[in-house]
Ligand binder design. Sequence first.
Ligand code: FAD
Length: 507
Amino acid sequence: MINPPFPSSDPKCPPSHLRDESRFQGVQAELKTPADHRALAELAVKSLERGQPMTFQGARTGLCGGCVPLAGQAVSLTLLDRPISLEETPEGFELRVQPGYDLASLGRDLSRRRFDFISAKVKAETLSAFRSRPYFWPPDPGERTATIGGLASTRAAGPGAHRYGSVAEHIAGLNFLMADGQERSVRRGRHFFRNGRMLLPGGQELAVDPSRLGLSEEADLLDLLIGSQGMYGLITSLDLKLAPAPAHVWALVFFLDSEEKAAALADVFLAEPLSPLVSLDYLDEASLKMVLSLRKTASKLLEIPPPPLGAAAAVLLEFHSNDESEIESAAAKALAGCQKVGGDPDQSWALTDAEAEKMRIVRHAVPEGLGGRLDQIRAKGYPVFNVASDFTRPGPSLTRCLAEYRRDLKAQNLEAVIFGHAKDNNLHVNILTENVSQTKRALELMADWLGRARETGGKLFQEHGVGKLKRELFAQAEKKETVDAWRTVKKTLDPHALFNPQNMLAD
Ligand SMILES: Cc1cc2nc3c(=O)[nH]c(=O)nc-3n(C[C@H](O)[C@H](O)[C@H](O)COP(=O)(O)OP(=O)(O)OC[C@H]3O[C@@H](n4cnc5c(N)ncnc54)[C@H](O)[C@@H]3O)c2cc1C
């Protein structure tokens, strides 16, 4: 595993652009920060002509080193941070945005129903129809500073994926700069596989079995580009599908005095689905301790009560509906479920509408705190990086799955912070390492778990991607035919390996 200990002192690229939130460390690069779309396109075309590699960077909140350059240029997209236009469609509205527009800005602009558009071409009647009721973008990944380009490139998903799926379901199309320097519009239904072949917008043919890439027989080019970690080209704009916002949002947080009870409660909710449930998440005791310790420094957490004394795990639910009574009856069922597993409903939080945000702040504090821990260890001299699971394991109950993880961690004398989504056991087991031996054992364990997840039909590298950090795990965990299929796609779309070199594949 490559992870040089310390950032480059190269003045051309500040250290903060040589790493992401995984703490994977880049080596060197020249930082380019184009100010607008024209400058970005010119830079990309010139770099392609000169054979200079480019690594694209959004907000650098990724968790697998995908935006970290190992050579060539780091192209930061953060100045391309504006909405472009709004269109009314039969399904709702489509908002076209620049790739560096971030989730926080999107949320703010949607809530005030006002956009600072680049294009003045938006029709007055479109805007007035848009303002007639609230809209939202359903994917809700936890890190609000993340850019839309980064979210699309990693196929990010939030807790709300339980109901809404990943960002892929909420992107109608995108503009894409390809290896021939041309920018093309990619919309669903225009380019798709037929008998293992797809005619690409540039005219060349991609010949690969889509099932080897985990895609359906008739998958679309959009399915291939979303989640491609910048390996095939540059996303220059995205069309987001906006949906009518639910009138009511409720969050419930149940604190339990043992992991077993909390897992059993999540299993009850999975077995008897609580409509209109949007997310069902789990936080273990170490996660709750992380939240408590961050309260000393994070002002947002101070506004929220601490987890109750004796809490050993928590189950977090979010409901969306236009009919509040529907949520009320789901909440009553949830409280009954809590009693059924021996929990105390008085040790729970019910947060309605704007208050529901508090649950998200608590949930977000856990990965945030883990990042801070990595910095503390790095400051002591060990070049630690994030070692965390990111796959689904459909089949076993959450209870069984957690028991297996605990057994395996104990056998390896390792500790972890476990949190994540209950559906399909999409848990992030963050193994805590601070020396070479622990890192080695943690990576072996991760490879073993990935193998087991693959055997049981799990989706690997589900939310965060492979990037550079998990490249070796990817090569170990996936079948050779799968790795070869990804290589074929890379060679067809980026024959000179100039887009995000060394992501996912070593060459
Ligand atoms: C506290 C915390 C919570 C998080 N919660 C979640 C969560 O709930 N769900 C989740 O899925 N992830 C989560 N993440 C991970 C991270 O936020 C996501 O991976 C996010 O998608 C990264 O966006 P970014 O703008 O930071 O992208 P970056 O990290 O800058 O880049 C990510 C990848 O996208 C590529 N890329 C970026 N822009 C473009 C472009 N325009 N064209 C081509 N390629 C591009 C980069 O090269 C890189 O490969 C979390 C991270 C943190 C630190």
